[in-house]
Write a protein that binds this ligand. Structure first.
Ligand code: OGA
Ligand code: MN
Length: 333
């Protein structure tokens, strides 16, 4: 008997891969557009599990983008290209998350691209620093390092971590209803060597940040969620006595709380690690209820790991947080 809250599936098979998040899905024919009735089951599975793994989906770039579009409006790399970056792909909706330079050569250890991409190695959600945050991400393996060299993608369950918050922490969050300010420069600096020539003089405050409530309702499931990420630079609280109506939480106290919450969510019991087994594997996650990171590995500078991502804009009522609506993107120098 399925668990009481387990949706029933007629078209797909769903096998949980962790205690609270993550499931492997089979039975989807990716050689043609995914029919609505199948797609609806995929949506209900991701609402419950937050992370879905599709083994050997074998999508090409075009079908990857087409499948992503079924989830909603897609983010694209046009602003980065306008700023002078190249994209190896024919589709502006594909984000290059590989360890390859634009010309296809391996990113050298301690190069600029290496330092900037290390932000992915700490737990985060995609695009919380942009005016409109990401909903779903669809990551596909186009080339993988040989087995034994790491390179998993790890996930952490921010809904169950929220449910199980220690009561003192929970009441502190309820009392203040904090807003978190997210900066991609903050997470990049956090993950790179402190003396990185490309990051040491960058001041995150010189760039706009994305502002979102820490405690949220994940609309699709109706469950509470802790919207935290390695991008969290500082916290703010509403204060009528201050110009603008927002007061920044004092740095030491804010940082302590951010780190305490991240450590809480990153506990082993809320985590799963997804191994990329074959080229063609596809992993889809909901950034509004799980964090993720590129797991450790020994392939850097030695083996290709060609990962391509479609990013779906969030379409829930919390998509823009407290941000002004604009199509600006952060992360450009
Ligand atoms: C991403 C990301 C992790 C990985 O694509 O957003 O963080 O394992 N990727 O490559
Ligand atoms: Mn990411």
């Amino acid at each position: 008997m399925p668990h009481a809250t387990e949706p029933t599936y007629k078209h797909i098979s769903v096998t949980p891969i962790g205690p609270t998040i993550g499931a492997e899905v089979s039975g989807v024919d990716f050689s043609k557009p995914v029919p609505d009735e199948v797609f609806r089951e995929i949506l209900s599975a991701i609402t419950k599990y937050g992370v879905l793994v599709f083994r050997h989906a074998a999508l090409d770039d075009r079908r990857h983008v087409a499948f992503a579009r079924q989830f909603g409006e897609l983010d694209d790399v046009k602003p980065y290209i306008a700023a002078g970056r190249k994209n190896r792909f024919d589709f502006d909706e594909l984000f290059d998350v590989s360890n390859l330079e634009d010309d296809g050569s391996l990113v050298a250890v301690d190069s600029k691209r290496d330092h900037l991409s290390r932000g992915n190695s700490i737990f985060h959600v995609d695009s919380s620093f942009n005016p409109r945050r990401a909903g779903f991400s669809l990551l596909r393996a186009a080339a993988l390092p040989p087995p034994g060299h790491g390179g998993n993608t790890d996930f952490a369950d921010t809904r169950t971590a929220y449910d199980e918050l220690p009561s003192a922490l929970r009441s502190q969050l309820q009392r203040h209803d904090y807003v978190g300010a997210h900066s991609i420069w903050h997470s990049r600096k956090k993950a790179a060597p402190p003396d990185s020539p490309w990051l040491k003089d960058v001041e995150p405050r010189d760039f706009p940040m994305g502002r979102h409530r820490l405690c949220q309702v994940h609309e699709a499931s109706g469950r509470g969620n802790l919207y935290v990420a390695g991008h969290l630079h500082h916290l703010e609280v509403e204060d009528e006595g201050v110009e603008g109506g927002w007061r920044e939480v004092e740095a030491e106290e804010g940082t302590r709380l951010i780190e305490e919450l991240l450590a809480w969510v990153e506990q082993e019991r809320y985590r799963i690690s997804v191994e990329w087994k074959e080229v063609g594997d596809l992993v889809v996650w909901d950034n509004t209820c799980v964090m993720h990171r590129a797991g450790p590995g020994t392939f850097a500078g030695k083996y290709m790991r060609d990962m391509r991502r479609c990013t779906v804009h969030d379409s829930s009522s919390l998509a823009w947080g407290l941000n002004e609506k604009s199509d600006k993107r952060m992360g450009l120098p």
